[in-house]
Design a protein around this ligand. Structure first.
Ligand code: ADP
Ligand code: MG
Length: 376
């Protein structure tokens, strides 16, 4: 894995790559669309294929650090992609987990989940408290404290979701290159129950109101920050702070399509800017070779994440995708954003359900019959 020294941090830290996982949600088309079948599916734990609309005799295959298929449980995603980074937070390092993808592809399900199937946020917080308890038992010379902040970036404004009168907050950097948000509410947490009580109302606050397409939740980035401070009990009372950002990003769909005038147009511009900058940042971090400029300052989102994405931080992106044809172009662009590599394969996408008599599908069926043992 390529490591390089980023500019601007005195060479003290090394740049780490961003781990990229893709999660495909289950097929959920309406009854009358069911005959279409999925247009994307997994091949193994790192690869998937999608039908190539330009040429139906081809599929496009993508390679990722991890691929989670439609049967992967929340616990499965957590164990593979999130749990391994959490111990670093207790040792003064930073980390970020963000869910990327079009609206309706499963970002909020992945991050927040439901009471029956809790997502990465509640699981990560439980695990942080678990680790704090274990550390307390093992090494008696450090005290740990945990606090949460919850904010959103909407139209390039940083808003405190735990404040009753949110206003655009500044983002600052201290001499050690830590990113700070003066004025952001920090709520101390002593247990998971404590977290639930503060977070759930604030999160509901954000997601209610308006219609599905232009819902605020699909047009802003929701950012949960968990800070773990550990302090040595004896002199010199060293102190280390670790930060974990858990981010449910704005929808990555082509915002030009979703009816945009006035306020919507402004939102679209802000979303496009921050997601485009995020993609440039991830590309720069994952590029091999020294001297690649990481454009953190080009958007509020990446500026905020600067000390927790790249450097010595541990970052994971979960790109959520949906299998229905209605999502095809958004899936394609999300995969291109996330892919480690891709390959056009001269072999049609073999359908599981073949009821629509269109030429593309027929060709797929002929191919399937010609090679019965290749795919089930
Ligand atoms: P997004 O936040 O990306 O707009 P959601 O998380 O709201 O998408 O998901 C859209 C719908 O799909 C919701 O009804 C959600 O419950 C469902 N869903 C998403 N991912 C899964 C999954 N892995 N398993 C079951 N249902 C899912
Ligand atoms: Mg959502």
């Amino acid at each position: 894995m390529a490591q390089r020294i980023p500019a601007g941090d005195g060479g003290a830290k090394r740049t780490s790559q961003v781990r990229v996982a893709v999660r495909l949600r289950p097929y959920m088309a309406r009854e009358d669309d069911k005959t279409e079948g999925p247009c994307v599916r997994g091949l193994d734990a790192q690869n998937l294929e999608i039908i190539n609309w330009r040429n139906a005799t081809e599929t496009v295959r993508y390679h990722f650090d991890a691929f989670h298929d439609e049967n992967t449980t929340q616990q499965g995603v957590f164990l593979a992609s999130v749990k391994p980074i959490l111990p670093h937070i207790l040792s003064g390092q930073n980390a970020s987990v963000f869910a990327y993808g079009p609206t309706g592809a499963g970002k909020t399900h992945t991050m927040l989940g439901t009471p029956e199937h809790p997502g990465m946020i509640p699981r990560a917080i439980r695990e942080v408290f678990n680790l704090v308890r274990l550390r307390g038992e093992e090494q008696e010379d450090w005290d740990y404290s945990v606090a949460m902040s919850y904010l959103e970036i909407y139209n390039e404004k940083v808003l405190d979701l735990l404040s009753t009168s949110p206003q655009d907050l500044p983002i600052r950097e201290d001499k050690d290159h830590n990113i700070l948000i003066p004025g952001l509410t920090q709520t101390p947490l002593t247990s998971f129950a404590n977290f639930d009580r503060h977070f759930i109302p604030a999160s509901l606050n954000r997601t209610t109101a308006s219609t599905k397409l232009n819902q605020r939740s699909s047009r802003s980035h929701a950012i949960l920050l968990i800070k773990v401070v550990r302090t040595q009990r004896c002199p010199p009372h060293r102190q280390q702070t670790g930060k974990l950002y858990l981010v449910d990003l704005a929808g990555s769909e082509d915002n030009r399509r979703t009816g945009n005038q006035g306020i919507r147009l402004k939102e679209s511009g802000a979303i496009n800017l921050s997601l485009f900058t995020l993609s440039k940042v991830v590309d720069s971090l994952n590029a091999t070779g020294a001297g690649v400029r990481v454009p953190y300052r080009d958007s509020k989102l990446t500026r905020l994440l600067q000390d927790s994405l790249g450097g010595s931080a541990h970052a994971v992106m979960i790109a959520n995708i949906a299998p229905e044809y209605a999502f095809y172009f958004d899936t394609f662009s999300a995969l291109n954003f996330a892919a480690k590599s891709k390959l056009v394969v001269n072999k049609p996408f073999v359908r599981e359900t073949l009821t629509v008599p269109v030429p593309r599908v027929k060709r797929a069926r002929e191919e399937k019959e010609a090679e019965p043992q290749k795919k089930k």
